[in-house]
Ligand binder design. Structure first.
Ligand SMILES: Nc1ncnc2c1ncn2[C@@H]1O[C@H](COP(=O)(O)OP(=O)(O)OP(=O)(O)O)[C@@H](O)[C@H]1O
Length: 224
């Protein structure tokens, strides 16, 4: 097993065509070690989210390759890519993206719908994961009844539902106050110490300071 869980070569991504094209990534070579805690930082609009989307198989590059756990993502068709992504990666976004009409537990269970696990096991695992993020008491609450920090913890529990090796987050604390931000940070550090590979796109210097590795994206390239 390689020591890098993600490796990219000459990765580029352009949106649009011709004179109107935006060259969001312009040749990115990077490696992310298995089990590391990596922050992706850089000025707004310089390509961080685009990079995360390519690393996480949410989008395809214009050119170049991404190897994720030894698999060349460019060799997978759309269905294969979706399956691979579902197995390997849990995602957390800035605005939580929870389903408003469902309870916290049901939100976590939705991520397991395709796992084939029996519903009783899914319900049990949802409760275990909510307990892990300190929300055992709130399993029956809907997102509207939870604070921003609590909603983000539900989103983390959901991202962990299928026990992914990698957790990818785009500005997970961007919408939170500093107390909630610290709670989320502690959860991320715990997950990292349990062996998860944690990759966080962030403007938050506290997160970047506590990461093991920092990747600086500027003008669509990695700054050495
Ligand atoms: N779907 C899209 N269509 C067209 N242009 C896009 C698209 N997504 C991103 N871009 C452009 O690509 C460039 C990089 O955007 P990206 O979202 O990756 O930056 P970012 O560093 O994550 O920014 P922020 O910190 O503000 O979230 C920007 O110029 C943006 O306008």
């Amino acid at each position: 097993m390689s020591n890098s869980i993600i490796r990219t070569e000459k990765l580029t991504k352009s949106y649009g065509r011709g004179a109107a094209a935006t060259h969001a990534l312009r040749g990115v070579d990077l490696e992310i070690p298995r089990g590391s805690f990596t922050a992706i930082v850089g000025p707004s609009g310089h390509g961080k989210s685009t990079l995360m989307h390519l690393l996480g198989a949410l989008d395809r590059p214009s050119s170049g390759t991404v190897h994720l756990d030894g698999t060349d993502l460019g060799k997978l068709d759309s269905a294969g890519l979706a399956r691979f992504r579902g197995r390997k990666i849990g995602f957390v976004f800035q605005f939580f993206n929870l389903l408003r009409g469902l309870s916290a537990a049901e939100n976590v269970e939705t991520a397991m719908m395709l796992s084939g696990a029996p519903p009783s096991r899914q319900a049990e695992r949802a409760r275990e994961l909510l307990a892990l993020v300190g929300l055992a008491e709130k399993a029956g609450s809907r997102p509207g009844e939870l604070s921003g920090g609590q909603q983000q913890r539900v989103a983390i529990a959901r991202a962990l539902a299928n026990d992914p090796e990698i957790l990818m987050m785009d500005e997970p604390t961007g919408n939170l106050d500093s107390a909630a931000e610290e709670e989320i940070m502690q959860i991320l550090l715990d997950l990292h110490s349990q062996g998860k590979t944690v990759i966080v796109v962030t403007h938050n210097p506290d997160i970047a300071r506590r990461a093991q590795a920092v990747i600086q994206v500027q003008d669509g390239q990695i700054r050495a």
